[in-house]
Design a protein around this ligand. Sequence first.
Ligand SMILES: [Zn+2]
Length: 369
Amino acid sequence: MFEKLPHPDTLKEKLIQIYASGKIPHAILFEGKEGSGNLAIALSFARLILCDQATPTDACGVCASCKKTEILGHPDLFVSYPYPKKDNKPTLSSVYFDKFRQLLKENVFPSVRDWQEKLGSSGVKINIYTDEAKDLAKRVSLKSYSGKKKIMLLWLPEYLGEAGNSILKLIEEPPENTLFFLVSENSRKVLTTILSRTQKIKIPNPTHSQTTNYLCKEYGINQTNAETIALLSRGNMNKAIKNLNNVEEPYFEPFTSWLRDCYSYKLKDINTRIEELNKNGREFIVNFLTYGMELIRESFYFSNNTTLVELPEKEMNFVVKFANLMEGKEYTTLYSILSDSIRGIEGNGNSKLILTDTSIQIKNLLRQK
Ligand SMILES: [Zn+2]
């Protein structure tokens, strides 16, 4: 439901207005980057349209239709998505329906990679095949079950390939009472003939405060942790959900103290910190460094345009102070020192050695000021 999503009210209101006007475009492209939640928004919109007792602002969430939509089981909601061949033959997406439902249950902001992994491996080749397009045409030609609209939701139309032309035909001559929701991460990869027949609705990635509020409200985590996750995920809700289990303690203090220690070159303190980080394991160190990189990036943005950055007070103070210290080129250097360090640790390098080397590089960079 809209109510449960992190997106701005303006977006939700726009959709509710379209719904209330009774003039829903028959093909809508919900375009948004990975983790923008465009699929969740499209599903919430479908739920609103199919709801038996919608309120002026949302689906009711409790009627029989809402219950069915929630598990993707509403007979007037057809969902399609890219999938692999089976035994080297094209089949239908419905073969993988249980897995798809599981995917959404685990993370309502799934990435393509999540989907591929769920299907077996991140390298699995997926597509929406012509057989699927033909099947969809058959399904939407049936009479609406509830007497209301039928909704054909297609996740990732960029994977349509040759089947694009069959879908195009459907959109050109839509069966009665049928709506097409195309949910795309990259509309440039969608057939232009399809694009020109859709109304585009841009789904922005949630902002820092929208992500924070969402995580506190929907996942009951504390403000500090929610803010750390928001910073780590930069509006990518897919990452935010994955980071829920990774962030047990905030990185702000340790990271900024580490920078200070590097600057003053307090070797003993640096070594103690490295020992502590090392105890927490590789994944923790990668998150620690990623957090730091994002903080540095915010500071860089701030130094270019002070209005670009929206952060909690503590982080904001750091960002402002740091921006006074640094110049453009130094930001780039620091950024690459940290990203090299992450790459090394992710590549199973010796974390202690890498962190020591990184500390020295940071010292050299900051000391030359
Ligand atoms: Zn309902």
